[in-house]
Design a binder for this molecule. Structure first.
Ligand SMILES: Cc1cc2nc3c(=O)[nH]c(=O)nc-3n(C[C@H](O)[C@H](O)[C@H](O)COP(=O)(O)O)c2cc1C
Length: 404
């Protein structure tokens, strides 16, 4: 129960993503938080207070001028009660009002009257998000210490594609948990590979695999939340990186190998989540291969083993591998752990529909002399659990591994 005894005001403003606030309420309560929901008038056009009352176990508040509530827990008392105010979704309008320091409804008044931090998960149409007025408001708010969660990029309810989607409830929960948690990797430098690689056959074709990079990006976010300074070497994926992460984009295994070997010096932890092609074409055709013969032969040559090379060349690094397996999970994972001299390996079954390009997964984590199962959950929750496990082991052993 990472949020046990934490008092949180969940502010919901008027955006289409308000329906996701129901799931967020459930997750916060499940994590042990005492949640009081405060809705703007516009939010009530999108989701009913009744739903949030049922999920939070407390009456939902909306009006500022409410004699009954003022007699019980007045607005200043409510503001003082909260350890944290989380606004999700945060509409363009609510963010603008906060930036100006307005106090013309209950939520904005609470934000002014609460001495503790405010976190906001913006959610709006991409044009509204990129508008200079919104951007100026955001920079005012972040300068003032408001912590932003997202927004994510992608397809929007209005049909547009771009930045402005509210982060998923699991991601918001992870950020809230990290806010209260001890930053177990504070000051540590972490290098992570993610996504697939592409091995060209000719100018238009390549060999690749089903990796989406979602697990790697979730781990990068969890590592940032744990206080790490994160660099990612990413194979082709359209996923945006979390704020504050240094990103190097690559296509082939050879390029990934090159950049990882360059970046590994001075790092403390290396996590290899990328699904690197084991083989590449011996010859890349300069011209598009034409359809003529009934059968053609493709000669493949072995790619460098990034994880093995990193662990051999940088013995100070705490190395974590990933193994996607369709059978004999434990045996293959333990062999890889020993052969590549890793500190930890996370194995995931990629049959039964689990694994690639999904938002949930399960992991079986092995280290020399131990193992732990992380059951099926969202990749963001799984990533937070894996980073916590990794940090526990790393910190126990940090004298051997720490670079400082
Ligand atoms: C169908 C519909 C969807 C909307 N979705 C959003 C949204 O996702 N984000 C946003 O900032 N505003 C959105 N708006 C506009 C806000 O609801 C409006 O600016 C409102 O004044 C916000 O009030 P509040 O910030 O007090 O909650 C939407 C409006 C409508 C009619």
């Amino acid at each position: 129960m990472p949020l046990r005894n934490k008092k949180i005001i969940l502010g919901i403003s008027g955006g289409i993503a308000a329906y996701k606030a129901a799931e967020l309420t459930r997750l916060l309560v499940k994590a042990g938080a005492d949640v009081r929901v405060v809705m703007t008038a516009a939010a009530e056009a999108f989701i009913t207070p009744m739903t949030l009352q049922a999920l939070s176990g407390h009456e939902v508040r909306g009006a500022l001028f409410d004699p009954a509530h003022e007699a019980a827990m007045g607005h200043i008392e409510l503001a003082r009660w909260a350890d944290l105010i989380v606004i999700a979704p945060a509409s363009a309008n609510t963010l603008a009002r906060l930036a100006q320091g307005l106090a013309d409804d209950l939520l904005s008044t609470l934000c002014l009257a609460n001495p503790n931090p405010v976190m906001a998960a913006p959610a709006m149409n991409q044009q509204m998000w990129t508008h200079p007025a919104t951007q100026r408001n955001m920079s005012l708010l972040t300068q003032r210490g408001v912590q932003l969660i997202g927004p994510a990029s992608g397809e929007q309810a209005c049909g547009d594609t771009g930045p402005g989607r509210m982060e998923e409830p699991a991601t918001i929960l992870a950020a809230v948990t990290a806010h209260f948690g001890e930053q177990q990797l504070a000051g540590r430098k972490l290098l992570l590979t993610l996504g697939p690689t592409r091995e060209p056959l000719d100018p238009v074709r390549f060999l690749s695999n089903r990796s989406s990079g979602k697990m790697g990006m979730a781990l990068a976010r969890a590592a940032v939340n744990a206080g790490a300074d994160v660099t990612i070497v990413a194979g082709p994926t359209a996923l945006p990186e979390p704020q504050g992460v240094k990103r190097i984009n690559v296509e082939t295994a050879a390029q990934m190998h090159h950049h990882v070997m360059q970046e590994a010096a001075g790092k403390d932890i290396f996590i290899a989540t990328a699904a690197v092609s084991d083989y590449r074409a011996a010859d890349i055709s300069a011209q598009k291969i034409k359809k003529s013969a009934e059968q053609i032969e493709l000669t493949l040559v072995k790619n460098p083993d990034i994880l093995a090379d990193v662990s051999a060349s940088f013995p100070q690094l705490f190395c974590v591998g990933f193994a996607a397996e369709t059978q004999d999970l434990e045996k293959h994972a333990r062999d890889k752990l020993t052969n590549k001299r890793l500190d930890m390996i996370a194995a995931n079954p990629v049959n039964d529909g689990l694994g690639f390009d999904r938002d949930d997964n399960s992991l079986e984590v092995f280290w020399p002399g131990g193992q732990q199962s992380l059951p099926v959950s969202s990749k963001q929750q799984l990533a937070a659990a894996l980073i916590e496990l990794l940090a526990n082991h790393y910190n126990k052993d940090h004298k051997r591994h720490a670079s400082d």
